[in-house]
Write a protein that binds this ligand. Structure first.
Ligand SMILES: [Zn+2]
Length: 162
């Protein structure tokens, strides 16, 4: 995937470019692959005929591996959220404060941008990857594609930046 930018100053452009390159590196890593394959994922928190909306690790991995479209990032303050994806236009809005995290010295703060980019990339990848109602016993973040992959990429990024 290629991520473009709109209406970002040079410093923010650089932040998105660098963080995106790191996310891509992790998405292409063997460790990431093994972790995705190791579990069954929730596509959304919906129930389909009373059953959880699931995908195998292989199905999720194949989508990530082959089909992430190019998209562009622009700064905006989405209402009540850190970021917001507009899949119809392949556009992701990220709060300027979150983009600014990249220039922090604290690695955990920097990792927040990694998590946000990986999370929003899942929404861009498929409109089915939704997360309304997440964070419940039936729909825990760790099993849901958007939150689970975002958190996994963050975890692997932190592990590779000790
Ligand atoms: Zn989301």
């Amino acid at each position: 995937m290629k991520i473009g930018t709109q209406n970002l100053n040079e410093k923010r452009k650089k932040a998105i470019k660098e963080a995106t390159a790191d996310v891509c590196k992790i998405l292409a890593s063997d460790e990431f692959k093994q972790r995705v394959l190791a579990q069954q994922w929730l596509v959304s928190c919906d129930l389909i005929n009373g059953q959880p909306d699931v995908m195998t690790g292989q199905q999720v991995f194949d989508l990530i591996n082959k089909k992430i479209p190019d998209y562009s990032v622009h700064p905006r303050h989405p209402w009540n959220a850190i970021a917001q994806t507009d899949p119809a236009n392949d556009r992701v809005a990220i709060k300027p404060a979150r983009i600014k995290n990249w220039n922090a010295t604290d690695k955990k703060e920097r990792a927040n941008l990694i998590n946000t980019i990986a999370h929003e990339t899942m929404h861009i990848l498929s409109g089915s990857f939704r997360d309304g109602g997440h964070g419940t016993t039936e729909c825990p973040d760790a099993r849901l594609v958007s939150y689970g992959i975002g958190n996994l990429v963050e975890e692997l990024w932190l592990a590779s930046h000790p």
